[in-house]
Design a protein around this ligand. Structure first.
Ligand SMILES: C[S@@+](CC[C@H](N)C(=O)[O-])C[C@H]1O[C@@H](n2cnc3c(N)ncnc32)[C@H](O)[C@@H]1O
Length: 209
């Protein structure tokens, strides 16, 4: 399995190494997306899910920022779930975190969710509108979607070159993300950029179910 596939579903020893790299390289974006979601949330946030938490840094931030919430983490990768488990042992022991192996359909466990976050996951969906519609179905009315991502031209050269041949979808404009969210039935779509427009460190699209 090539490196590009590892980002979509980390497996084995190389997957574990990729996970450790993501924990370092994506930590700041994960924390920033959680903060953006918190700033935008309306009402009590008691049920929160992260799809594709990878090594679990975003889960840590969700647990810290939404300290009254139960948090679900759903990932395809058992290797990533092992890293997320290690990173969030106290929350697991306290019964505040549930980790599930699987795809978007497992998010049903968090229904009716107040917030669903997915960072650097949108590229791996074959049918993003179907995935987003499924996520919307798990959110309560007025619940929030937070998708962290990077546009193609701001991604590392490796991803720009190797993701598309591996079947991963990269996005050229923020409007493409708006279209996906609105076609999936979300409203009040907004965007934020981390850092400057000239050198973005990442982006988030926020949308209401
Ligand atoms: C590039 S990593 C990002 C990890 C983490 N969110 C971050 O920002 O560092 C993508 C993660 O999403 C998971 N993933 C990809 N598609 C998924 C799906 N349809 N359902 C659940 N997890 C998925 C992968 O296994 C991987 O752990």
């Amino acid at each position: 399995m090539g490196l590009a596939q590892q980002f979509g579903h980390p497996r084995g020893l190389l997957g574990a190494v990729v996970g450790r790299g993501m924990a370092r390289g994506n930590a700041e974006l994960s924390r920033w997306v959680v903060q953006q979601a918190k700033d935008r949330s309306a009402g009590a946030v008691l049920r929160v899910a992260e799809l594709g938490p990878g090594p679990g840094v975003g889960l840590q931030a969700l647990l810290a920022q939404f300290d009254q919430a139960h948090v679900w983490g759903v990932d395809l990768s058992s290797v990533m779930l092992a890293q997320a488990r290690k990173r969030n042992q106290a929350a697991l022991a306290a019964g505040r975190l549930t980790l599930l192996e699987g795809d978007t359909s497992e998010l049903g466990a968090s229904e009716p969710a107040d917030l669903v976050m997915a960072n650097h996951v949108v590229y791996f969906w074959r049918d993003p509108v179907a995935e987003l519609s499924q996520i919307r179905g798990c959110l309560r009315g007025g619940g929030l979607l937070a998708l962290g991502y990077q546009l193609k031209h701001d991604m590392p050269a490796m991803a720009q070159k190797r993701f598309p041949p591996a079947g991963h979808q990269l996005y050229e404009t923020v409007d493409q993300l708006t279209d996906l969210a609105t076609t999936a039935g979300f409203s009040s779509v907004s965007h934020a950029v981390k850092g400057s427009e000239q050198a973005p460190e990442g982006r988030v699209v926020l949308a209401v179910a």
